[in-house]
Design a protein around this ligand. Structure first.
Ligand SMILES: [Zn+2]
Length: 378
């Protein structure tokens, strides 16, 4: 990815700029020193070998310190609030909005900003790695950004994944789509996804503990709704603790704020197809609530009930998210194979799916290893 014309590398120096940004740069780059040392090694007659080794050692030390400084810069720019003790209101995050900008950090990292916001007085960006599909929230002051259009980013894995998922209609019914988006990944293992739709029941902690027992940092994608989070803060906090301890590697999938659902209503008038639903607000508000409570939204979105429409698919695409379906909804008796996106409900509302998952786990019939969702798109 290259910055579009017009972007500058000048860093705005605001109160939020980490002090490290003010440090003077060395006058001679470590690249030049490395070249000089290498040249010295090939011209032994011109320079005693001991001196050449000393120069090479100094160059290697400079390289190491430059790499360490880049890591320090990235860490200083990362927005990493302490785990919340109580539920924070979404209002804690101001001016949360979609954007599409090509950004470059002083340490050379290049990312795509898909959201801008402020917490307190600090402007922040939700940044996506266009190749790895991971996301981070960092201080905007650390980045130089320029507006980008989708065409300029079309060759990135991120834009390809967004476009391909938006172009996959799933099962086309009159008036609605079922299971549109990405339903299968390219991997030997399975992608475990668990939905947190609004629920009166507690989190399926036993299921998640069995998942965590598979090994450290077991990947799991949790599709979170705003109403689940607001009514299950203790369970949410427990999940954050599993993440912090390294037991689970959680990807937060956007499952809308309200997750509308009317029991018994036909699919074409249910979920996000209910009258009066504001799809943009549903997408942005759950992310904002998640950020207010210290976590980072991923690039993935799952429709409530897996029910959508062409205009809804466009709305998800407009916010640069990857629509996520499933080809192994266990409670519907869909069997997983290599690369399957497995769907269960961790909100207590679908014990059959959890029971089947735990049975398959015990019988070792699930495709392994479990894969991070970021590996699913081509
Ligand atoms: Zn749901």
């Amino acid at each position: 990815m290259t910055l579009p014309p017009g972007a500058t590398n000048r860093q705005p120096l605001t109160a939020a700029t980490p002090a490290r940004k003010m440090a003077p740069k060395p006058l001679i780059s470590f690249v030049r020193i490395t070249e000089f040392a290498a040249a010295a090694r090939t011209r032994r007659s011109a320079l005693p070998s001991r001196l050449a080794h000393l120069i090479l050692a100094a160059a290697l030390a400079l390289c190491a310190s430059a790499a360490a400084r880049a890591d320090d810069d990235a860490a200083a720019c990362l927005w990493r609030p302490p785990a919340p003790e109580r539920l924070a209101h979404a209002d804690a995050v101001a001016d949360y909005r979609s954007t599409l900008q090509a950004c470059r950090a002083a340490d050379g990292r290049e990312r795509i900003a898909i959201r801008a916001m402020s917490v307190g007085t600090v402007p922040l960006l939700l940044l996506a790695d266009p190749d790895k599909l991971t996301t981070r929230i960092e201080r905007a002051a650390c980045w130089t950004c320029a507006d980008a259009d989708e065409a300029a980013l079309a060759s990135t894995r991120m834009m390809r994944a967004i476009e391909e998922s938006a172009a996959a209609p799933g099962l086309v019914h009159r008036g609605f789509l079922r299971n549109a988006g990405l339903v299968h990944g390219e991997a030997p293992g399975a992608f475990v996804t668990a939905d947190l739709c609004p629920s009166l029941k507690p989190l399926e902690r036993g299921f998640l503990e069995k998942l965590a027992a598979q090994g450290p940092h077991t990947p799991v994608a949790l599709s979170i709704s705003g109403l689940w989070l607001t009514h299950h803060f203790a369970d949410y906090r427990w999940l954050i603790d599993q993440q912090a301890s390294g037991a689970l590697d959680i990807q937060w999938v956007n499952h809308t704020y309200h997750h509308p659902y009317a029991r018994g209503a036909p699919d074409e008038h249910n979920f996000l197809l209910e009258t009066g639903v504001d799809a943009d607000a549903e997408i942005l508000e759950v992310e904002r609530l998640l950020v207010a409570n210290g976590q980072t939204p991923s690039l993935f979105f799952r429709f409530p009930g897996l029910i959508s429409s062409a205009p809804l698919m466009l709305a998800v695409r407009r916010h640069h998210l990857i629509s996520l379906g499933a080809d192994a909804w266990l409670a519907l008796d869909q069997r997983p194979s290599a690369g399957s996106i497995v769907l269960v409900h961790a909100n207590g509302n679908e014990p059959l799916g959890i029971k089947l998952f735990e049975r398959d786990l015990a019988h070792e019939t699930l495709p392994r290893p479990f894969e991070p969702l970021t590996a699913a798109p081509d």
